[in-house]
Structure formats: structure tokens, C-alpha cells
Design a protein around this ligand. Structure first.
Ligand code: ADP
Ligand code: MG
Length: 678
């Protein structure tokens, strides 16, 4: 049986189990073997029955003399076996598992692992795991380090263990190391056939760790290979339009801006300009905190395209954001003859015939607009779009004349600050530009954690600030479900919260903003807030309130513990934009130390990248915030905090690409896994 065989090839895996395993992300034998234990139970002490001590966890092995159900006075059923080895006898007790009398057969040898304790004033083994060793001395559920797996409904660790053991025996003849021997030696890696075995059935925890590390490396290596191949593939298609960059003209544009660009903005503009001049299309990610000034960087790219006589398309995730970009770009290009059009499902603004920059939502993809001179595509808040939407837009703006495909230059932007090593992996097919500083003069937002007994005081303080200082307030509703699109549940909860707050602030004007409102209602609500008529804007977490309202200097985030650090930080980014001091109040009823430590980080740091790193360290393996939320694939074996291993996997992947002759076996696997796209 090969690694690539479907799990259904295993005995006892019918379609019910196939479906259940799918929930664990397991469809092939290889998936099953990479479903590594999250811990091991230590059943290594095998004891003679006579020496088993009260309180000890031991394994005893012997013949079952009797096994029966016993009905107690209180209507309960216990299962009792008498077991004998050469040193003596012990009773083994289970509770409420009637069916056990069918699986523990009298007269046969069994191995039992569990805790020794008193029962009925007799020394007993209580509720042990067990397996029949009548015909074989190999144990997998007892008498060793026993793997415990992430489970799902109807799939127990014991069941997985049995299947894994069987699968291992079957695939063993087909397992082969694919890394060059030097790499194995240099890193003291365990070779693949052994690693797959040991990670499930180790002799000691050190070997288990080493095997897990080896498999983690494999996982990361293939992840990186996929990205790198995609990247090199992208470079094989020509750009629709190759631009001429005249630095002088770009600098003149920069001089017209009402502020000085930060170092990282300048660096990013430079990186983008370099890409635009190449014959293959740019595929770059601009990563920068909320408010770090990504728009103007993209605008510089659009300007270069304009100067060359070409067009730019800017796609934003929501109508409100598209509208905002439209306004901003019109402002930025006020002194030049750049014509900007807005295209949303609500309609088209401006003269389509002579557009230099199209701004819009995904409606851009479906509207009948001629995109025949588009050199650059900008995608804002990239995680809000599906892969297909992105591909559609690129296709629509690309060319497929004369048989060869051509693609536009693509700049994607994201405000999700994720650690660099993670970014290099999940965005491995993109080149990366980072805005790692905020424009000068931004004031840090004072952030407080507000426990339940201070909630009322918090509300009173806010009322006072609104009345005395004339400021405005955002109140962000609790997060009901982690979802990119707003659910009805979320809308309901926001509406309830809105009604509750109206009772608390009867003397103030409150507005409610959520994703299920019509665009005109949203705009009305926002306009009322922007103009200062509404004092408090109650909003759902998903809704885009990315509008600059400099007078809104206070934000309350309800049930702050439900959000990840990265998300809290993004929400907070919506205040602190004006001259005045800003405050973020994190309301929470939870008192757990882990939660408080996490929230506390926000009171100390204003850098999204720093917070992302912290989040990574605090949440530990597999849980990095933003990863799940933004739909990045989760790692099965490796962890995002394995910085060194991630970097190393990337190096090896790059080497395999550059010197395939050094990696003959790996290349064969790559080809068979169709990692190379075509
Ligand atoms: P984001 O990166 O979140 O998209 P924006 O591009 O919306 O940020 O910029 C946020 C605000 O900062 C805008 O009002 C913009 O005009 C302003 N801004 C951008 N760059 C600078 C700068 N270098 N100095 C001062 N203000 C800037
Ligand atoms: Mg933005």
C-alpha cells in the first residue's frame, strides 16, 4: 500500500469512517500518518501483579480467569475481571461498560494499563486500557508510550492507533527517504521511514520529539515548495504592459503630497517601481498596520501607470471603502489630470470613456467595463477576497491574445500584521513590502482593561467626555462567530446591544451600523456620525468603519476576550487619527490570567507586528490568530512559532528549485504530487 492510497483501503474503514476522518483532514494514508499524536500516555512501567503499588499507573499482563457484569444495589453495573500472572492475582474493574464482557475473553492473555487503587477493600486495577496479547507480544494501547490523538466525534484515539499501526506495516516497504543524506546528517534528522513510525510509537519522548520535528520539516518544506513553484510560474508569463519609470516625475508627485512620506513608504514605492519596470508582472504584497499609509503607496504605483498612458484598477472589499478610496485618490491627484471612476453594484460614477483609475468593489469583475489598458491592479484588504475573485480580476485585466497569456502587475494590500516568518510562508508566492512604522505625529491610544465592576464608571466617564469635550465614541459589539461575512446572529446581537445602550444613554444620540443594512442607510448612519449629530456609533466587529472620523477619540470593545490581539489592534486603529488624545476601553467579564495577559499586551504596545509576534508566542502552536480567521491553511504537524524550522525549510525549498539535480527523489515526489502547476 502506498502513502497516496485512500484511507478506505484500510480494513474497518468504510464510508462512515471515511466521512468522519475527513473532518480531521484525513483522506489518504499519508494524511493519517501525518495525524500525529498531541501527547503520549506513559504506560511504560510493566509490573508483576504482586508488586503493583496503590496509586501507581502500571501495566500488568496475565491470563483472564473470569470476566463478568456485576449489578450493584444502586442499579449500576460494574465489570469485574480476575487476572493472574506468575506472581499473583488482581481484580480489574470498569464501570458501566456492559459490552466489555464480549471483548475481554476468559482464558486468554491480556495487557492492562491503568491506575492501581482500592476497590471493595481489595487492591484493584481501575478502568484500565487493555488489549489482547494471546497471539502476539506487541502492544500498541498498553505497556509503552501510547499515542493520544486529536479526536473527532466517533473517532477515538484507540481506533486511530489501531489503523495507524496497520497502515504503518502496510506502507513500510514503500517508504523512502527523499532528502539528500547531507541534509539528514547536518540536522541530525531522523530519516523518514523511521520518523513516521516513531512519532506514533516511540520508545521515549526524546525520539518522539525528534520524529515530530522531522515531519514538521516535511510539512513546511512542501508548503514552501508550493509557493516557490507558483512564484516561478508567475514569472514565466509576460506583463501586459511594461512601464518606464521616471524617478523625477514620481518624486514630483510625492512633493505634492500634504505630508512627508515615512522611510518605509518610500522604500515600498521604490520596490514597486522596480517591479513595474520588469518584463514579467509584479506580484507584491504591501503589508502595513492600519493607518500606516498604504493608500498613498498604491497611488504612487497608479501614478506611474498613468504617466505611461495606462490604467489602474483598485478593488476594495466594501462599497464604503471603495467610496473612501475614490475620494482619497481624487484628493491625492487633485493637481494632476488623473481621472478616477467609481464602480460598485450601486452604480458608476464619472465618465467611463476616459478613466485612468477605476475604483470599485468586486462589481468591477462583473460590470461591462473595457479594461484593455490596465497595467496595474491593486487589491485592498486582500484577505476579504476569495482566490477566484482575485483570479477573475487578473484574468479580466490580462491578455490572452496571440496564444500567450499575459498578466497585469498586481499589488495586494493587507493590514493583517503577521510575523515575517509566517508571512514568508503563507504569502510565499508573493514579494513582500512592509510598512513597519506609522506616520509621524500619531499619538498612541491609551488602552485600558475594564472589569465588570468598573463598567458603570466607564459609561459615566464616556458620558462626561462626550458632554464636556464634545468627542464621539465607537462601541464595538461582542463577536458572536468568527466569520468574515456578517451573520444574522451577529446582526441580532448588535441590535439588542444597541437597544440596551439606548437605555443607558437616554440623554445622547446613538447610531447603529451593521453589514446587513442597505448602502443608503449605512451612508446615512455614517454621515450623521461624521457630522457630529450622532454621539455614539454602535457597530458590529465585521462592519467596515474605516472612515476617518478624527473627532471619534474613544472606542469601547465589548467582550474583548473573544477577539484575537491582531483584530483588537485593527479595531483600535480606527481611533487616534486626530489631534486629540484617544482612549480604547476593553470591556471583559473574564478574569483568567491568560486572557488578562493577552489583553494587557494591548495596553503596552501600539505596533501590530509586535503584537502579532506576542500573540504567536502566547497562543503557541497551531493557534495563531489571523491564521484561522483569514483562512490560511492550518499546519498539521509544524507550528507557526517554529521560526528556525520555517526559515530552514524555505532555504531547502529554494535550493531544490535552484539545484534540482541535488534532490532527485524530492523532485520525483513534487512531480507526482502535481505541486508544479500547469
Ligand atoms: P492604511 O494603511 O490603513 O490604508 P491610509 O492609507 O488610509 O492607511 O492612511 C491613513 C491616513 O494617514 C490617511 O489619512 C493618510 O492621508 C495619512 N497618511 C498617509 N501617509 C502619511 C504620512 N507619511 N504622514 C502623515 N499622514 C499620512
Ligand atoms: Mg487602507
Amino acid at each position: 500500500m502506498k502513502l497516496s492510497a485512500p484511507v478506505s483501503r484500510l480494513p474497518m474503514v468504510g464510508h462512515i469512517y471515511v466521512n468522519r476522518l475527513e473532518k480531521l483532514g484525513i483522506s489518504t494514508i499519508e494524511d493519517l500518518l501525518y495525524h500525529v499524536p498531541h501527547r503520549y500516555q506513559d504506560f511504560r512501567i510493566v509490573s508483576d501483579i504482586s508488586r503493583a503499588q496503590i496509586g501507581e499507573v502500571v501495566t500488568i499482563q496475565g491470563i483472564v480467569l473470569s470476566m463478568k457484569n456485576i449489578y450493584t444495589k444502586y442499579g449500576k453495573v460494574i465489570q469485574k475481571a480476575e487476572v493472574q500472572d506468575k506472581t499473583g492475582q488482581i481484580q480489574v474493574i470498569w464501570f458501566n461498560q456492559r459490552y466489555l464482557v464480549r471483548s475481554v475473553r476468559e482464558g486468554e492473555r491480556y495487557s492492562f494499563s491503568g491506575k492501581v487503587d482500592w476497590f471493595d477493600r481489595k487492591k484493584s486495577l481501575i478502568s484500565p486500557d487493555f488489549e489482547n496479547i494471546q497471539n502476539s507480544n506487541t502492544t500498541i494501547h498498553t505497556g509503552r508510550l501510547v499515542p493520544v490523538y486529536p479526536e473527532t466525534r466517533g473517532v477515538s484515539s484507540k481506533w486511530i492507533r489501531g489503523r495507524v499501526f496497520f497502515a504503518l506495516t502496510e506502507v513500510q516497504p514503500y517508504l523512502e527517504e527523499f532528502l539528500p543524506i547531507e541534509i539528514i546528517k547536518e540536522n541530525s534528522f531522523i530519516d523518514l521511514p523511521n520518523a513516521l513510525h516513531i512519532v506514533h510509537f516511540p520508545d521515549n519522548s526524546e525520539d518522539a520529539e525528534k520524529s515530530k520535528k522531522r515531519l514538521a520539516f516535511n510539512e513546511l518544506l512542501f508548503y514552501q515548495l508550493r509557493s516557490l513553484y507558483r512564484k516561478s510560474d508567475w514569472k514565466k508569463i509576460p506583463a501586459v504592459f511594461q512601464l518606464n519609470i521616471n524617478e523625477k516625475i514620481i518624486n514630483e508627485f510625492i512633493k505634492t503630497l500634504p505630508f512627508t512620506l515615512t522611510k518605509s513608504q518610500l522604500r515600498s514605492i521604490k520596490e514597486i517601481s522596480n517591479d513595474l519596470e520588469k518584463e514579467y508582472p509584479m506580484n507584491r504584497l504591501l503589508e502595513g498596520d492600519v493607518g500606516s499609509g498604504k493608500t498613498v503607496v498604491a497611488a504612487a504605483g497608479a501614478f506611474a501607470s498613468f504617466v505611461n498612458g495606462y490604467q489602474t484598477v483598485v478593488m476594495a472589499p466594501t462599497q464604503i471603502l471603495a467610496q473612501q478610496h475614490f475620494d482619497t485618490l481624487n484628493q491625492i491627484f487633485d493637481k494632476f489630470k488623473v481621472r478616477v471612476s467609481l464602480i460598485t453594484s450601486a452604480g458608476v460614477k464619472a465618465d467611463l470613456g476616459k478613466t485612468d483609475i477605476f475604483v470599485g468593489t468586486h462589481a468591477l469583475i462583473h460590470k461591462k467595463v473595457q479594461f484593455d489598458k490596465v497595467a496595474l491592479v491593486v487589491i485592498d484588504e486582500q484577505h476579504r477576497f476569495g482566490v477566484e475573485q482575485r483570479a477573475h480580476l487578473i484574468q479580466k485585466t490580462g491578455k490572452s491574445a496571440s496564444r500567450r497569456k499575459k498578466a497585469p502587475h498586481v499589488l495586494t494590500m493587507t493590514a493583517t500584521p503577521i510575523p515575517r516568518t509566517v508571512a514568508l510562508t503563507v504569502y510565499g508566492d508573493l514579494d513582500l513590502s512592509t510598512l513597519n512604522e506609522l506616520p509621524k505625529g500619531r499619538k498612541p491610544v491609551t488602552t485600558w482593561i475594564v472589569p465588570p465592576h468598573k463598567r458603570e464608571g466607564g459609561y459615566n466617564w464616556i458620558r462626561e467626555q462626550i458632554k464636556k469635550e464634545g468627542v464621539q465614541v465607537f462601541i464595538i459589539c461582542p463577536l458572536i462567530e468568527e466569520s468574515q461575512v456578517e451573520t444574522m446572529k451577529q446582526v441580532k446581537s448588535a441590535t439588542t446591544e444597541f437597544e440596551r445602550l439606548k437605555d443607558i444613554f437616554p440623554d445622547l444620540k446613538l447610531g447603529l451600523l451593521h453589514g446587513k443594512q442597505s448602502l443608503s442607510l449605512k451612508n446615512e448612519v455614517l454621515e450623521s456620525f461624521r457630522s457630529g449629530k450622532t454621539h455614539i456609533l454602535v457597530a458590529t466587529p465585521v462592519v467596515e468603519v474605516g472612515i476617518d472620523v478624527p473627532n471619534a477619540t474613544i472606542m469601547i470593545i465589548e467582550a474583548a476576550e473573544r477577539f484575537g490581539l491582531a483584530q483588537l489592534h485593527q479595531l483600535r486603529g480606527r481611533i487616534g487619527r486626530g489631534e486629540r488624545k484617544s482612549y480604547c476601553l476593553l470591556f471583559t467579564n473574564v478574569r483568567s490570567n491568560t486572557v488578562l495577559t493577552r489583553l494587557n499586551a494591548l495596553t503596552k504596545s501600539m505596533s501590530g507586528f509586535e503584537l502579532a509576534e506576542l500573540d504567536l508566542q502566547m497562543r503557541g502552536p497551531g493557534e495563531m490568530y489571523g491564521i484561522k480567521q483569514h483562512g490560511f491553511p492550518e499546519l498539521k504537524v509544524a507550528s507557526w512559532s517554529d521560526t528556525e524550522l520555517i526559515k530552514y525549510a524555505r532555504e531547502v525549498a529554494q535550493e531544490a528549485l535552484d539545484k534540482p539535480e541535488k534532490f532527485p527523489k524530492l523532485i520525483k515526489i513534487i512531480e507526482s504530487k502535481s505541486i508544479v502547476p500547469n
